[in-house]
Design a protein around this ligand. Sequence first.
Ligand code: ADP
Length: 419
Amino acid sequence: MSKPLLGCVADDFTGGTDLASMLVKSGMRTIQTIGVPQSTVLDADAIVVALKTRTLPVRDAVTESLEALRWLQRVGCRQFYFKYCSTFDSTPVGNIGPVIDAMMEELGTDFTIVCPAFPENGRTVYNGYLFVGDVLLSESGMRNHPLTPMTDSNLVRVLAPQTKQQVGLVARSVVAEGRDAIRAGFDRCKEKGQQIAIVDAIENEDLYRIDEAVADLPLLTGGSGLAIGLADNFRRTGALSVSTDAAKLDPSSGRMVLLSGSCSVATNAQVEHWLTDHPGFKINPLAIHRAEDLASSAVEWVMQHDEPVLVYASAKPDEVAQVQQQLGVEAAGQLVEAVLSAIAAGLRERGFKKFIVAGGETSGAVVKALNVKGLRIGASIAPGVPWTQSLDGEPIALALKSGNFGTVSFFEEAMRQCP
Ligand code: ADP
């Protein structure tokens, strides 16, 4: 058993999975934990502690992030990574800046970088300006985000009010020249008294160049893209073996079920596609009298089928609006999550050990109902959506998909690729 090399703190669950998938793809055996674990014995090259701190009050986000960081230090990680969204989801008070400040102080380091760019996914940073596809962040849909509206695209300006430290820039012209130029860029920032540098990247190659330059920094901060070349750094020092099948999961046994509580455009299309050839059980929130009763009926219905089936609450926007109008947005969401969680728990008791779940919040609820505390990350079914295996007890295979991920045949592909 080897000690983990890279310790990551992610500010939300699906963001954590995204990063974990990237690390697996680059050859690091990766475990994602849900919150800070009790155990300190984990066999992996990288650990991602997934928190839910993106929109918490600043003080709580800092406390939880530090708790995760200290745990990662205790288990022996050598380098640390704070993962936030590639659209830099934050407000003028945080939480990105305050968490970076606190982590830097804890690690006793006077310099780190901020790099949310992931060119392959349409997130580029040029002269400190963040682009989403062809448009500036402030002209993208993020402008109207309900919790973290992004109305300025200049990351130096966005980060400045969030941090106690000075923010500088390492521009693309420097990044293009490679490792030594980038390091010289860091030195120039430090000479100016800047402790945090926004680093430009407009193509994936830039991320590899940056990664080479940051091999010795104790703390890195960014989206999932920045992790693209970190495995190479550890390989260069001999800390990471050159050829590991990092995505390998144990073969899983037991029956499979698909659960969907996502009403996103992509999920609705996936549900429709599935139903053309496979059975499905629809949950209508307006017809739920007692969540337990409906869950029992759904479990019985699933048990009557030999093949994997789908239980779904997914619905088109007009239907969702009607439900929300009658029950309230939050109450409707909680009701559906309670039913799907109860179904998952009921099926687990009946020997089901493979769960494909659609919906970010829904996945969180199901994982909790199944008492899953940590996941080993396997191969990706779609970008950012891997098959995973629970760590404690008898392993459960889980594919957890947030809203808009995956092609129209995601459910069928996930079923086919189950380890
Ligand atoms: P996504 O990742 O697509 O955002 P989530 O699971 O995070 O999916 O969120 C979807 C929310 O909508 C959940 O709280 C879920 O319980 C709720 N929901 C699912 N189906 C319905 C429905 N038919 N009517 C109202 N709310 C629903």
